[in-house]
Design a protein around this ligand. Sequence first.
Ligand code: AMP
Length: 179
Amino acid sequence: MTVEEVKKAIRNVPDFPIKGIQFKDITTALARHDCLCWMKDEIVRRYKDLGITQVVGIESRGFILAPAVAMEIGAGFVPIRKPNKLPGETLKVLYDKEYGKDTIEIHKDALTPEDVVLIHDDILATGGSMYAAVELVRKAGVKKIYTNCLIELEGLNGKQFLADRGVEIECLFGIEVEE
Ligand code: AMP
């Protein structure tokens, strides 16, 4: 399995969910056992020796691989969810999206100051969602935070947006927005 093969397995859907967006659909790669294993194994390889205790997945597509990775690297899984989904007491972060604002939440008691956290999502676009997730985990007060996405959408400056805010991110590979 090569990174090029996995890239080819990701489907581009023009004008979804709204006109002008080139939607990168990972379901076509997830449906292939070889691609699915490659993506999981590649994340595990990069993060297995860093003492990570919790893998935090961002709803919804960050939930697909985060638990599989957590099980292999000996960590737990913690969800970051959309508003009013988590039943316990939560910490919240309000952030700007392309159209309007959004809130994300995490359970207040899900992380401890001893935790080393990997935050995972499927795609890095502008970086807004990942930065909001980092702020939320920072609020929880953990020891260290790593961040990872499967795909960087090149040309949207998500990496730079995060770097400007002191966050370094690793993506498995990049795809041109128009590709
Ligand atoms: P952003 O906050 O701009 O970095 O957007 C990242 C989030 O939006 C991720 O959770 C992605 O799943 C989703 N997303 C943004 N742009 C795309 C796209 N072109 N194709 C698929 N998902 C996207």
